[in-house]
Ligand binder design. Sequence first.
Ligand SMILES: O=C(O)CCC(=O)C(=O)O
Ligand SMILES: [Fe+2]
Length: 285
Amino acid sequence: MNIIDLDENLKVTWSDIGHYEEMMVNDGYVLLKNIISLELLNQIKKNIHHTLVSLGAQESDPFTKQYNDVIKIIPPFTLNIELKRHFIFAKFPHKILHIPLIFNFLIRLLGPDLAFLIDAELPVNINGKTDHTLVKKFHQEFWSGAGYRTFVLWSPLIFPKGSGGLEIIKGSHLWGHIPHRNREPLHIPTDAKSVIIDSDHHSERDVVLFHSLTLHRTIPNAIDHPRLAYATHVRNIFEQDTGFEIIKNWEIFNLSATSKIMKACGNPHLSPFRTLNLNLNESSY
Ligand SMILES: O=C(O)CCC(=O)C(=O)O
Ligand SMILES: [Fe+2]
């Protein structure tokens, strides 16, 4: 399995990243173990807690009770959009995407001009719910409009033991666009190698990066505690659209030096001396 344990890899070099790049090319995914710090995870959980309380949950209840109470009034899919908006407003995607190993790996994969998908989800997995929006069958993100030069970041933020997880088909990104109907593949080779990223063996601090052609699905939740993940897509803003990127919302989280120079110039007419006497470090250009 493509496991990189941050605790054992505190010092990550550019050549280590080359090794992860090879894993991505060969297997279509890389699992980064314990990459989210406990501190960041706690901040995220606090944010989710505050949102649930603002939507009517009791302050002193544990997450499961809070979540189950709120979904009596707001359906999970809608509630998760609300949770996601607060999560983005608190800049958690930026914090996760700027974790040095994740950030440097994404730059290695895609180049430095990077944006993440705002419309992406906080997918929840609840015992007994079989709705296809909550328990996803094997799929490629490409089927839903992700370009084939896009990567997915999946991070199980609330991941109690027994709550399922994500199943990935190793190497399936190299099968190209897999024929499908009604959100599932028409055929999967019998010798396909499945990789299980479940809560019995993985932690809330793990992150999986995978290619938009990598086949994956939800592992159903067998316990009464909901599982909540964060999933987003990352692309290079200068890439030609190879999917339906144009109809989705993106937020830039890093610019190359070349793009910073463009931004400082302000417009493609390169208006002379627009930045005269301006300290670029103190302004947003
Ligand atoms: O978390 C899940 O249940 C599945 C999420 C998913 O399909 C994705 O992140 O692309
Ligand atoms: Fe997916």
